[in-house]
Design a protein around this ligand. Structure first.
Ligand code: ADP
Ligand code: MG
Length: 663
């Protein structure tokens, strides 16, 4: 086993162009991007005198003139290549609504120049497969959405069904019953994506508001089997999560349509949990990472500090009115930079679909062969029988047992059989020595035989179709998918990749040089004259003073932000306490104590789903105590009666109660 190397989360920032509205309103531009250096500078439009602009450094930055292909070639392509090798990969788009998350992930579908990461990755993946050699691939896609902490399968027929997260000790967290489609080429996977996108927009009355509050995840699983150096066949599995997050802007307390606070508190639960997870990960002191606090963080646990290569694209608006949100996005992204992942190739995991397909294909093939064999045997035995009966054989003799294709064999055999039966039928018809009753019986017998033959043929055809369909889903380079690009184009692609690589290296070097500069300034301590020493030290002082000011400002900002968040939390707590009291009052005054006890005795905590549930009124066989599930370590969470009832009433968003209603 190779030692696991850790790898930092890759973070890039992208700024969209000013839109017409912003231009018309005459907003100032407050973002400067140094593409060569990978830096963003943001200026406060309401800056107090002496307040300096803030600078952030990322793995790369993309300004308003950047092309979709630039971002892809430089930042995304290496990640997709890794996924094709069997790594897990995740790309997040994070930012305020309207700053280009969907544009970056999906882009404008119809215009090739404006296609985003998802469609370009489709081309990339299938081109790679078509150029591969001695490898077998299976590609499948899923599309889901998280809205108010509920998971919706965008590809399912029944949209009302809410999906559940499950955990498997071997494979980790997964979504139960999530549909996925095996796709054989770009067209098919595009179709899957369009289907999901349509479902997404149909479900909502106000698409803009809806999409700004939901997280969309497009999931591609690529399995690849190849014979290794050991002569054995190995399967590698790469999972790619393409995540278009909900808008990062602070939600107003009351939703646009005046939802109750309870729902409002759920709107961005996943997003705030994401923030908390990132903070805990980079804190260094945290022993507990709150992955379990939301669906999104549970689902993407691997992508944050685990077995995956992860990219975050922070999207920004250029204009002054989005200063607060842009700054908060930059800070968020800056924190995420410090996350360390431990990616590794997923080799020979359990339960790969590819293995399942291979086995099914073998099984179907055997069945088909058996049918072919059966046919030959029967033919011989029927001939033998006829010989014994002393009848002369009516069929053509000679050609049999030749090693033709399986289907050809079957077809010929069935055709022959049918012809023979028809002829026999005709012979019976013409046989005047038979009594009409007997004739009828014989005829019916032959009819039945013909019918049986037809059925057998149908079954075989079905089997053959199934076999062919299964086999076509396993992709082999140069066979299933054609690569139409010519050599020249391939060279061009290669050159583009080289240039992207070059740019990346240049930027890294520049960033390093900048760091070195600061260090060496401190080291140069011999001076030729007092005058020079004063000059240099003054310069150094000035620089350090500016730095000090920046850090001070940062501390003040963080403090303000902390106070704001704290106030928010206090308010939420007050609201919930009020609600809790109200519900407690209702219980005390309107529910008879024995009813209350009955209800409470039925409550239990479902560890797997992380929520409180009721046991069924009538236990389905076995004693009630036995049925009561306990957690993996075999304890029930101790809770006060007060809290238990309150939770039962569903007042706490984390402890929703599913199952039967109370009354
Ligand atoms: P979000 O998904 O973050 O809410 P969108 O992707 O919908 O934002 O972008 C808002 C608008 O800005 C769209 O009309 C989109 O076409 C445009 N836009 C965003 N980013 C860019 C970009 N880099 N270049 C050109 N237009 C962009
Ligand atoms: Mg969007």
């Amino acid at each position: 086993n190779k030692p696991r190397s850790s790898e930092a989360l890759k973070v890039v920032a992208r700024c969209r162009p000013m839109n017409r509205k912003e231009e018309a309103a005459g907003y100032e531009r407050i973002l400067e991007m140094d593409v060569k250096l990978g830096q963003v500078t943001i200026r406060n439009p309401r800056a107090s005198p002496g307040e300096l602009p803030k600078t952030f450094t990322f793995d790369a930055v993309y300004d308003a003139s950047s092309k979709q292909a630039d971002l892809y070639d430089e930042t995304v392509r290496p990640l997709i290549d890794s996924v094709l090798q069997g790594f897990n990969g995740t790309i997040f788009a994070y930012g305020q609504t309207g700053t280009g998350k969907t544009y970056t992930m999906q882009g404008a579908w119809a215009e090739p120049e404006k296609r985003g990461i998802i469609p370009i990755s489709f081309e990339h993946i299938f081109t790679h497969i078509s150029r591969s050699q001695n490898q077998q691939y299976l590609v499948r896609a899923s599309y889901l959405e998280i809205y108010q902490e509920e998971i919706r399968d965008l590809l399912a027929k029944d949209q009302s069904k809410k999906l559940e997260l499950k955990e498997n000790p071997e494979t980790g967290v997964y979504i139960k019953d999530l549909s996925s489609f095996v796709t054989k080429n770009v067209k098919e996977i595009e179709h899957v994506m369009n289907l999901g996108s349509q479902t997404r927009s149909v479900g909502s009355t106000n698409m803009n508001e809806y999409s700004s509050r939901s997280h969309a995840i497009f999931l591609i699983t690529i399995e690849c089997s190849e014979t290794g150096l050991d002569g054995e066949e190995h399967i590698r599995v790469g999972k790619l999560n393409l995540v278009d997050l909900a808008g990062s802007e602070r939600q107003s307390k009351m939703g646009a349509h005046g939802e109750r606070p309870k729902e409002a508190s759920k709107i961005n639960l996943s997003l705030s949990a994401l923030g908390n997870v990132i903070s805990a990960l980079v804190d260094g002191k945290s022993t507990h990472i709150p992955y379990r606090d939301s669906k999104l963080t549970r689902l993407l646990q691997d992508s944050l500090g685990g077995n995956a290569k992860t990219i975050m694209v922070a999207t920004l608006g250029p204009a002054s009115h989005s200063y607060d949100e842009s700054l908060s996005t930059l800070r968020f992204a800056n924190r995420a930079k410090n996350i360390k992942n431990k990616p590794r190739v997923n080799e020979d995991p359990k339960d790969t679909l590819l293995r399942e397909f291979q086995e099914e294909i073998v099984r179907l093939k055997a069945q088909l062969e058996k049918r072919g064999m059966l046919g030959k045997k029967r033919r011989r035995s029927s001939r033998r029988k006829k010989a014994m009966d002393g009848e002369s054989a009516m069929e053509n003799e000679g050609e049999d047992d030749n090693e033709d294709g399986l289907e050809k064999n079957m077809e010929n055999y069935l055709k022959e059989q049918k012809e023979r039966l028809e002829e026999e039928k005709a012979a019976i018809q013409d046989d005047h020595s038979l009594v009409s009753e007997e004739k009828q019986k014989l005829l019916e017998e032959k009819e039945k035989m013909i019918e049986d033959l037809r059925k057998e043929q149908e079954a075989t055809e079905l089997l053959a179709t199934k076999y062919k369909a299964m086999e076509s889903k396993l992709l082999i380079g140069g066979r299933n998918i054609m690569d139409h690009t010519n050599e020249q184009q391939k060279m061009l692609e290669l050159k583009r990749q080289e240039i992207a690589e070059q740019k990346r290296r240049e930027r890294e070097m520049q960033q390093e040089m900048l760091l070195r500069d600061e260090e060496t300034m401190e080291l140069r301590e011999t001076y030729t004259s007092l005058q020079q020493e004063v000059e240099i030290k003054t310069k150094k002082l000035k620089k350090l003073y500016a730095k000090l000011q920046a850090v001070k400002a940062e501390i003040q900002d963080q403090h303000d932000e902390y106070i704001r968040v704290r106030q928010d939390l206090e308010e939420a707590q007050n609201e919930q306490t009020r609600e809790l009291k109200l519900k407690y009052l209702i219980i005390e005054n309107f529910i008879p104590p024995e009813e209350k006890n009955k209800i409470m005795n039925r409550l239990y905590f479902d560890c797997e789903e992380d929520q409180w549930k009721f046991q069924p009124l009538v236990p389905a066989g076995g004693s009630q105590m036995k049925k009561r599930p306990t957690s993996a370590v075999g304890y029930k969470r101790p809770i006060s009666q007060y809290a238990r009832v309150a939770m039962a009433m569903g007042s706490h968003p984390r402890y929703r109660v599913s199952g039967r209603t109370l009354v």
